[in-house]
Design a protein. Structure first.
Length: 64
């Protein structure tokens, strides 16, 4: 069996690069999920604010 230190180093570097690429992909997915949750929350709060504003307008119209 012939042990080539350069091949071993090359394989280790390839594994490290693959691990970095996978970690980067996972981080990207996590950021996308977080953005989606933030967008959904913003839309939900926006609808609640619109409903509250509409109720305030109706209450004002009734008071006049």
């Amino acid at each position: 069996m012939n042990h080539d230190p350069n091949r071993s180093t090359t394989m280790n570097l390839m594994h490290e690069n693959l691990a970095r690429a996978q970690m980067s992909a996972r981080l990207g997915e996590a950021h996308e999920l977080r953005r989606g949750h933030q967008l959904a929350r913003a839309k939900r709060f926006g609808r609640k604010a619109e409903a509250a504003a509409q109720q305030a307008r109706l209450a004002l119209a009734r008071a006049l």
